[in-house]
Design a protein around this ligand. Structure first.
Ligand SMILES: *[C@@H]1O[C@H](CO)[C@@H](O)[C@H](O)[C@H]1NC(C)=O
Ligand SMILES: *[C@@H]1O[C@H](CO)[C@@H](O)[C@H](O)[C@H]1NC(C)=O
Ligand SMILES: *[C@@H]1O[C@H](CO)[C@@H](O)[C@H](O)[C@H]1NC(C)=O
Ligand SMILES: *[C@@H]1O[C@H](CO)[C@@H](O)[C@H](O)[C@H]1NC(C)=O
Ligand SMILES: *[C@@H]1O[C@H](CO)[C@@H](O)[C@H](O)[C@H]1NC(C)=O
Ligand SMILES: *[C@@H]1O[C@H](CO)[C@@H](O)[C@H](O)[C@H]1NC(C)=O
Ligand SMILES: *[C@@H]1O[C@H](CO)[C@@H](O)[C@H](O)[C@H]1NC(C)=O
Length: 782
């Protein structure tokens, strides 16, 4: 799996592809595989004997294919002993395919690399007011700031010296904690940061070469893991800023939580990779250590569940009531790109906040173009000569490369002392600023191209700089063409709050539909993921570039990697407030209380094109933590419901038995479980067809977690679709009571085949609003 920073994705894919080719040549014969055997049925206390017995059984099992126990022991580098049953081993393809046919095996899949997908956000989410005052209605106060909940990340590790992880003022570590502080000399723990572990055997197997012993540590050499962990559970730190900008008090979603870092992603910086084999081991150990919430800001391409380390690991977490939260990915705005799509965890998209680090371009014709930046001011307050980067092209460079301000393509004699206009694309945004600085430019304007549209990101550029939208870029070029002596000035950044409209979907946030299981709408929810300020590693620069020698205790980052731990922090609060709620009930509370409107009370927009965003971007909407504390009703799900879902997805009785050794029977052919009936808090009907008059009836079940009362159904129909609810009212006499209803959807003749339609269903008692998006969509054409 790979880490997801939005600026790095294209470079990263390219590099991965290159390393994949090299890897294929060197290791054509043997590769690392994961053999997945399902679950264990250990007693409540797992003993050392249990662990030994499991490992022996893995050795015996593999020996029956490889001919000897010695070969088996050499081949296996992880034996998943606690919750997940299976092992990771170096195998020949032929053996792997033989093993896959064994009746006790659920799946055999290649150990793949996944990638990594950044504090004003909490007042935007109304947990505090703008002056940092936390009122009585705040979930923070109700949940005692997430006191003693244990939140873990699977990420690049942690920078333990960050004040966000100071143990000052914390009581004894909760007695249920069984975790450890591995290599405490390198990463000391305390009463806040209670556990650190690192897993790299899978990464080593993937790379085919060992890591230096200096990397036997959970210390964060990248910054990503420190950022995500402090966003989920960092303590209050006053005076946090990035190079003097965005000064304020940083904090995580559950500021009083205990945190643990499970390091599964390994350098190089910006290209970190996280191997499935390591991810599985981290899940297996973290569940046993006693974590409550696991935050996973990484992913790969969408994969079937049985071939995906995150889907498998989190399924076993669910069985132990551990809530898993995953990032949706940074491959938007292209449809069908959402990754991490299993229905047993929360998938998080990214959106903007109402804070912007605004800098603007001033032109002599009085035009002002508002952009974003976190860089310093120009040395003098005057108009500087303005040129397009291709006008500063070096004689040996192409116009295309020069426009993008790629290294070695600019001529110092032409650029010196001027403001250079560079186009977005190909090389990193901050690299363009570095290249401009290297040829003596006074400043840089970074103009979006037509694929990045209106999405502007505040970066800590090397020189005075600002990023502007595609439309503003066109205005700038039009001005520059209209005069023989173009000039401009860049006003230094200032923090603007509140910006309207906000939130907006981030263009990079991966979109539905879910191509693995179209009946489950993904992502589930959106949360702040653009220009998020949180703690950082002091081993890397804020721009992530080797040549940048600056260091900062806090940094702003953007990505679904940053929105995911916001939800993890909120889950920590809900777990503290409602310790008896299932993972599904917590997710339902978060989803049904979300909003799909912005701070102008209009439907949320997409920052890509300023058009209306859809549930394929935001799922149920933007999170509202205070409301999630009291949803009224929840769509709950048990482990057995999830097993029925897997039966309906085509897993056979034998496989279900392996996955869940405590016994579960798939519903028989007569009362076959319908995927559409899975009690999910959002409604996706991918197979409605007007031509053949399809009608789909689905069932849902609501549980009262508020006060007894009568709820009425309100429907906003998707265009061209009839929708009826039966019964249209539900009366709950007591807390904990469950009631079912049926929703029938019928396509009208003029429903446009192949297009997506959106509506919603809301149950209300006049006080609570339990809202579910309805998505009626034809299957995604390949
Ligand atoms: C602990 O981490 C340090 C790096 O910080 C490393 O040099 C050392 O080898 C590690 N120790 C062990 C026992 O792995
Ligand atoms: C940030 O704010 C704190 C207190 O509000 C103040 O003491 C500190 O000097 C500020 N730092 C910067 C760099 O503005
Ligand atoms: C052009 O020449 C300069 C200096 O000779 C060199 O540094 C640069 O890499 C060259 N650029 C390209 C695109 O070949
Ligand atoms: C963007 O512009 C390029 C050429 O400048 C064009 O080929 C492409 O179709 C445009 N893309 C969009 C999404 O408008
Ligand atoms: C400005 O001039 C350049 C170069 O002649 C041309 O490519 C571009 O389309 C013009 N842009 C506008 C907005 O007029
Ligand atoms: C009607 O269309 C749906 C969705 O395309 C399809 O699943 C179903 O088999 C069709 N039914 C008939 C009778 O053609
Ligand atoms: C809808 O149903 C018609 C008639 O059964 C069929 O020809 C068509 O392929 C279906 N459309 C889709 C998108 O499945």
């Amino acid at each position: 799996m790979t880490i997801m920073f939005s600026s790095k994705v294209s470079n990263l894919l390219l590099l991965l592809f290159i390393s994949f080719l090299a890897f294929q040549q060197v290791l054509a014969l043997k590769q690392s595989y994961i053999v997945y055997l399902g679950g264990h049925s250990h007693g409540p206390e797992i003993t050392l004997d249990d662990l030994q017995r499991v490992t022996d059984s893995h050795h015996d099992f593999l020996a029956s294919f490889l001919g000897s126990k010695e070969h088996a022991k050499d081949a296996i580098f992880y034996s998943y002993q606690r919750h997940i049953n299976g092992f990771a081993a170096i195998l020949e393809e032929e053996d792997a395919s033989k093993i896959a046919k064994h009746p006790d095996v659920i799946s055999v899949f290649l150990n793949r690399g996944k990638k990594l997908h950044t504090t004003h956000s909490w007042d935007f989410l109304m947990l505090e007011n703008r002056n940092g005052v936390v009122n009585r209605k705040s979930l923070w106060r109700k949940a005692n700031f997430g006191k003693d909940v244990i939140i873990a990340t699977l990420d690049t590790g942690v920078w333990p010296e960050s004040r966000s992880f100071s143990g000052k003022g914390f009581g004894p570590i909760p007695s249920k904690w069984k975790g450890v502080c591995e290599n405490a000399t390198s990463v000391p723990c305390n009463r806040k940061l209670i556990g650190t572990r690192y897993f790299n055997k899978g990464y080593v197997a993937l790379r085919g070469k060992p890591l230096p012993p200096s990397l036997n540590t959970a210390r964060d050499h990248v910054g990503h893991g420190t950022h995500t962990l402090s966003t989920a559970g960092g303590n209050f730190v006053a005076g946090a800023n990035v190079l003097g900008v965005a000064n304020g008090t940083a904090k995580g979603g559950s500021p009083k939580a205990r945190v643990a870092a499970y390091k599964v992603c390994w350098p190089p910086v910006g290209l970190s990779e996280c191997a499935d084999a390591d991810i599985l081991q981290a899940f297996d150990v973290a569940i046993d250590d006693g974590v409550d919430v696991i935050s996973v800001s990484l992913g790969g391409e969408p994969l079937p569940y049985y071939e995906d380390g995150i889907a498998i690991g989190s399924f076993h977490a669910l069985q132990k009531n551990v809530v898993v939260v995953c990032s949706a990915g940074n491959s938007g705005p292209i449809p069908g790109t959402v990754s991490n799509v299993a229905p047993w965890f929360i998938t998080v998209g990214a959106s903007t906040m109402d804070r912007q680090f605004q800098a603007s371009v001033q032109l002599p014709n009085h035009l002002i173009l508002k952009g974003a930046s976190l860089s310093q001011a120009l040395p003098e307050k005057k108009f500087y000569p303005l040129i397009r980067a291709d006008q500063a092209k070096a004689s040996n460079a192409s116009i295309h490369d020069a426009k993008l301000c790629i290294g070695g393509t600019l001529d110092k004699r032409k650029a010196e002392g001027k403001i250079l206009v560079c186009l977005r694309g190909e090389n990193d945004r901050v690299d363009k600023g570095y290249q401009a600085a290297m040829v003596g430019a006074a400043g840089m304007i970074l103009a979006n191209d037509n694929t990045t549209g209106n999405e502007i990101i505040a970066d800590p550029h090397f020189l005075p700089a600002v990023q502007i939208t595609y439309k503003d870029g066109l205005k700038l070029f039009a001005y520059m063409n209209s005069t023989i002596d173009p000039k401009g000035y860049i006003q230094p950044p200032e923090t603007i709050v509140p910006v309207k409209p906000a939130p907006m979907m981030a263009a990079f946030s991966s979109r539905g539909p879910n191509i693995i299981a179209p009946h489950i709408l993904k992502p589930d929810i959106t949360a702040p993921g653009v220009n998020v300020l949180a703690a950082y590693s002091e081993e890397v620069s804020p721009t992530d570039e080797d040549y940048d020698k600056r260091r900062t205790l806090f940094n702003t980052l953007s990505g679904t990697s940053m929105s995911c731990p916001h939800i993890s922090g909120i889950v920590g609060l809900l777990k503290t407030l409602h310790p008896d709620w299932s993972p599904a009930a917590i997710r339902s509370a978060i989803m049904t209380t979300a909003r799909s409107r912005d701070n102008t009370v209009k439907p949320m927009l997409d920052s890509f094109d300023y058009k209306r965003a859809t549930p394929f971007g935001y799922g149920s909407g933007h999170v509202r933590p205070n409301r999630a504390a009291d949803p009224g009703l929840v769509y709950d799900l048990t482990v057995k419901d999830h097993l029925d879902f897997l039966c309906a997805m085509g897993y056979n009785q034998k496989e279900i038995g392996l996955l869940y050794p405590y016994g579960h029977k798939c519903p028989g052919p007569h009362k076959k479980f319908n995927l559409a009936d899975f009690n999910y808090p959002s409604i996706s009907v991918p197979d409605l067809n007007a031509t053949n008059n399809t009608q789909v009836t689905l069932t849902r079940r609501l549980k009262n977690v508020g006060t007894p009362g009568t709820y009425f159904a309100h429907i906003r129909k998707p265009a061209g679709v009839w929708v009826t609810v039966d019964p249209p009212t539900l009366t709950f006499e007591k807390i904990g009571q469950e009631k079912s209803f049926k929703l029938t959807l019928k396509a009208k003749a003029h429903m446009h085949v192949g297009s997506d339609k959106f509506g919603e269903l809301t149950w209300s008692d006049g006080h609570h609003y339990v809202r579910s998006p309805i998505v009626v969509a034809a299957p995604l054409l390949p």
